[in-house]
Write a protein that binds this ligand. Structure first.
Ligand code: G1P
Length: 275
């Protein structure tokens, strides 16, 4: 059983400026819930209860969101609007939350490494909250990945097929199919030029990492864009043992882009109308 989910959340969210000048991008709401809330829901559904956040300057709203607001509770108690807090109250009582800061922007690998002390010596999940995932037909993506981890006991990344033009925005994997939905990774490359992409299988923001990743990350040199890349560290793990890519079931919205954010908003709005 995996206990901890790490949420790297230090990035600036420049594509949403000026909103993200004073609001963490993870706090942008899809309908009434911020992106980070959906991520925590997904981790909880996968059985994880320790929610660990790697934040940065200007991100205190994330800590406040998962804490009690006494003034608000006092105002709303006994009123018709009290039910609006039910969901976040339930979430807060089901999980524990811990926070650390990444004080330099040195890439996703560095952000994950910054969370080492919050995770400890056990396998853990990683969710990038601006990749919003939903599976209307069954278990959530992290829960699906957790079942794969239980079987194979190695790091797992979620992947999806993307078109040739967008491949340069992702980490890309190549390898041998071992099962309908699983690929044993033999190569990984962070944001390749389209002509150099070995496949069109792109990593999305869901990972399960075995704890040796911290040791690997501590010796991983800066890669693409001069940043420490989790993709490079995972390639080392794949070369020394095994890393699996999993073609998840469900939908993923790129809420780090305005178009993806609007698409997700419409999708969730229509979903809510149906209920
Ligand atoms: C990060 C990873 C990349 C992955 C992507 C998924 O990139 O570095 O490998 O494909 O997340 O969203 P970012 O989008 O943070 O630039």
């Amino acid at each position: 059983m995996l206990n901890t989910c790490l949420f790297p959340a230090a990035g600036y969210g420049t594509r949403f400026l000026p909103a993200t000048k004073s609001l963490p991008k993870e706090m942008l709401p899809i309908l009434t819930k911020p992106l980070i809330h959906y991520g925590v829901d997904e981790a909880l559904e996968a059985g994880m209860r320790n929610m660990a956040f790697v934040t940065g300057r200007g991100k205190r709203a994330l800590e406040d969101y998962f804490d009690i607001s006494y003034e608000l509770e006092h105002q709303i108690a006994g009123s018709k609007k009290e039910y609006l807090l039910t969901e976040i109250r339930e979430l807060m009582s089901a999980c524990s939350f811990s926070f650390t800061r990444q004080n330099e922007m040195k890439g996703l690998g560095h952000a994950i490494y910054s969370g080492k002390n919050l995770v400890g010596d056990e396998a853990f999940g990683v969710i990038l909250a601006d990749d919003l995932c939903i599976n209307e037909d069954g278990a959530g993506v992290m829960s699906q990945m957790s079942a794969i981890y239980e079987k194979y006991r190695c790091s797992v990344v979620a992947v999806m097929e993307v078109n040739d033009e967008s491949i340069q925005n992702y980490g890309v994997v190549a390898g041998k199919g071992i099962d309908g939905d699983l690929v044993m990774i033999s190569d990984m490359i962070e944001k390749p030029e389209p002509a150099k992409a070995p496949t069109n299988l792109a990593i999305i923001g869901r990972y399960i990492l075995t704890p040796d990743i911290f040791e690997v990350l501590s010796t991983t040199a800066p890669g693409k864009n001069g940043e420490i890349q989790i993709t490079d560290a995972l390639l080392k793990q794949a070369q020394n043992g095994m890393v699996l890519a999993y073609k998840f079931k469900g939908k993923r919205f790129d809420c780090g882009s305005v178009a993806g954010f609007v698409e997700a908003t419409n999708y969730f709005y229509n979903l809510e109308k149906k209920c």
